[in-house]
Write a protein that binds this ligand. Structure first.
Ligand code: HEC
Length: 207
């Protein structure tokens, strides 16, 4: 029994020594039973890092990108209809594609139908529309390989080719069926540019 108490006493002292008596200064960090997330592999804003060429952890946003939580200057402002970045919801033909209850034919006075517009439209179409409608607009985009029912629309068939410009603009703006709206994603002017490119794809297809 005596030995038991002796061993117990030694064990208690050893445990207290291992965990660390309070009130004394140590140069080693204290023994942590539950480190939780006290130590993380991360960089703090003003630290240096060999990873970037300028040895700074804090980097400026990449040119031309918009950080989350910020909005584009002039975005969504009705006063700025002329701006290339306006996403307006005003009620002119330019921002609705409609005259009252009717879809309009042709382009609004705010855009000029020229090669530059179609070129811009081609670029935007290839970014936003080809996944579903395909490079030529025939509806055979990559999505059609995985998403057979319902098929994405063939934009160069006779039916869609007969739609007026304003209706295509309106479809881009509000979406249709399973196609989502692009009014908050593609500025008004770019939507008209895409319309002009869709029209030229239709013309090229002979429909
Ligand atoms: C996520 C896939 C998807 C994307 C991306 C997409 N669409 Fe569509 N689109 C559809 C589907 C699906 C339909 C058929 C909707 C229906 O008739 O119910 C459709 C229909 C259309 C129509 C025919 C509308 C009509 O009246 O029959 C037009 C025009 C059109 N899209 C243009 C575009 C343009 C331009 C873009 C790029 C800005 C685009 N779409 C992006 C899926 C998409």
């Amino acid at each position: 029994m005596r030995w038991f108490f002796l061993v117990l006493a030694i064990a208690v002292v050893a445990t207290i020594y291992a965990i660390g008596p309070r009130g004394e200064k140590f140069s080693d960090p204290p023994f942590e039973l539950f480190p939780d997330m006290d130590h993380q592999f991360k960089f703090r804003p003003q630290e240096s890092s060999q990873f970037f060429a300028d040895d700074q952890v804090a980097q400026k946003p990449v040119t031309g990108t918009v950080p989350l939580g910020y909005s584009l200057p002039h975005a969504g402002n009705d006063d700025d209809l002329g701006s290339d970045l306006a996403y307006s919801s005003g009620d002119s033909y330019f921002s609705t594609g409609q005259f009252g209850d009717f879809y309009g034919k042709g382009y609004p006075k705010e855009v000029t139908l020229d090669a530059a517009l179609v070129k811009r439209g081609q670029e935007r179409f290839q970014i936003f529309c080809t996944p579903c409608h395909g490079e030529t607009g025939d509806g055979q985009g990559v999505v059609s390989k995985y998403w057979a029912i319902p098929p994405t629309a063939n934009l160069i068939d006779a039916r869609v080719s007969a739609l007026p410009e304003g209706q295509i603009f309106s479809t881009i703006t509000h979406g249709k069926g399973l196609m989502g709206p692009y009014n908050g994603v593609i500025p008004v002017k770019d939507r008209w540019a895409i319309v002009s490119y869709v029209k030229s794809l239709q013309k090229a297809s002979g429909n």
